[in-house]
Design a protein around this ligand. Structure first.
Ligand SMILES: [Zn+2]
Ligand SMILES: [Zn+2]
Ligand SMILES: [Zn+2]
Ligand SMILES: [Zn+2]
Length: 449
């Protein structure tokens, strides 16, 4: 373990305040490990004021959801909606806009806590139901942004780990494994060690160019382990597996250690909205760190420049071709893809060829994975009336901007004119186009970057 991280941990521990630590995570600053202490303190203070409004779900009294949405004098919900947009914008501005090296071929094991503590009702309707709901949207979104990735699912209940879904690159297959709620009914105690060992085992065969990640959603405050979990942790560090934990109850030292030593992030969910934020922050591919490569020097991959890898672009068979057996399911069907190396018939791409092991991708998948490496720069909100550019229509959709400022209250990150300017091409875009460009298109229509 690098000494730097140790210091981090000591600082947090001596502070003797769990909530402030959580706040750091809440503000999305927890990953900036290289930051100076002054910045950290500032974040913490900022977080404290936020904490007054954001109690833990188990501390809060009964919340009527219709009270949290505030109408303005005119009875409109515009203000509430703008607040949501502003929150998303702020989060996007935190993300680095420069190109950094990231892993685009990802392998993830999602570990779900299915222990009896998941039946707690501090998150509505229960932690378990909320976890399933978020896990489903997480998986869809994850595959959308990481089309070359694969997800496996492991559950923890009754002191053992259960393999709920095999590692698969097909979102439908993965979603099907957690679609039947009655098969996942929570029971008994969770076992972190068993689950991590099972996840590690299912990723041991992976090549070095792909990332190995474990995300644990953990609702319990105990773990029932057959052996020393620290040995498992050391094995994960050696295998360069990154573990991230989203805790629903409180911070446990072993969870924090799992994340800190493997380079993952740790967060305690304050309430259901924050739970979703924490989980969805894990969707963009992690930056590839020099440290992790040095740590895995035993694997003989100390090449700092680039690893070349072999990929195959398959031939698509039309519906009218003669039916043949596929190698993945042994089903007789006409449509499918042919492996360019061994001509085996496959049902779906992307996948690894079952016969020759070649990675089969289609070029749109590859292109879609690319945008993480070269993200669109965040647009800046136009707040100064004097600097509004003469154009009065959005460059993206040609809808005209309103002449006067729409809202008198200027929220952080929201333009009162509804204009957002690209820092490169200086064109103005409306709110909807801003969101669409950054979340869906991943390319600025003004400058093509
Ligand atoms: Zn098949
Ligand atoms: Zn093949
Ligand atoms: Zn527009
Ligand atoms: Zn532009």
């Amino acid at each position: 373990m690098p000494p730097r991280k140790n210091d981090d941990y000591m600082e947090v521990a001596s502070d003797d305040s769990l909530p402030s630590d959580v706040d750091e995570v809440y503000n999305g600053k927890s990953k900036g490990k290289g930051k100076g202490k002054a910045t950290e303190r500032k974040t913490r203070e900022k977080g404290k004021s936020k904490n007054n409004e954001q109690p833990y779900a188990w501390e809060a009294s009964y919340v009527r959801s219709w009270d949290t949405v505030q109408e303005d004098e005119a009875g409109s919900l515009q203000g509430a909606v703008e607040d949501l947009i502003a929150r998303n914008r702020r989060r996007r501005l935190l993300a680095p806009s420069t190109a950094i090296r990231r892993t685009i071929i990802r392998h993830l094991v999602l570990v779900l806590d299915l222990s009896s503590s998941m039946m707690d009702r501090d998150m509505r309707p229960t932690r378990f139901d909320l976890m399933l709901e978020y896990a489903r949207s997480f998986i869809s979104e994850w595959f959308d942004q990481n089309p070359l990735g694969q997800i496996g699912i492991v559950g923890m209940r009754s002191g053992i780990a259960e393999r709920i879904g095999e590692m698969s690159g097909n979102p439908q297959d993965v979603l099907k494994t957690i679609s039947e709620r009655h098969k996942l009914e929570p029971a008994g105690d969770p076992s972190l060690q068993n689950a991590v060992e099972m996840a590690r085992g299912s990723m041991s065969h992976l090549p070095t160019h792909s990332s190995r990640e474990i995300i644990i959603i953990f609702g319990s405050l105990t773990t029932v382990d057959p052996g020393n979990i620290h040995d498992t942790l050391d094995a994960c560090v050696k295998d360069r597996i990154r573990i991230a934990v989203v805790a629903l109850a409180a911070e446990m030292k072993i969870c924090r250690d799992l994340c800190d030593k493997t380079g993952g992030s740790f967060g305690v969910a304050l309430n259901d909205g924050h739970f979703k934020d924490l989980l969805f922050e894990l969707i963009p591919p992690p930056a590839q760190r020099a440290v992790s490569r040095a740590a895995g020097a035993g694997a003989g991959t100390s090449n700092p420049t680039a690893d070349l890898m072999m990929m195959g672009f398959p031939t698509r068979l039309p519906n009218t071709s003669a039916p043949a057996l596929c190698v993945c399911h042994s089903d007789l069907k006409s449509e499918g893809f042919l492996c360019p190396r061994c001509s085996a018939k496959l049902c779906d791409v992307p996948t690894d060829c079952d016969i020759c092991g070649l990675m089969i991708v289609s070029s749109p998948h590859l292109a879609r994975s690319y945008h993480h490496l070269f993200p669109v720069k965040p647009y800046s909100a136009v707040v100064d009336g004097a600097k509004v550019s003469p154009s009065n229509a959005c460059t993206g959709c040609s809808s005209s901007f309103s002449k006067s400022s729409a809202s008198s209250t200027i929220t952080d990150g929201v333009s009162p004119f509804g204009r957002y300017k690209c820092p490169d091409c200086k064109n103005d875009f409306c709110t909807d186009c801003d969101v669409f460009v950054h979340d869906v298109v991943h390319c600025c229509p003004g400058c093509g970057k």
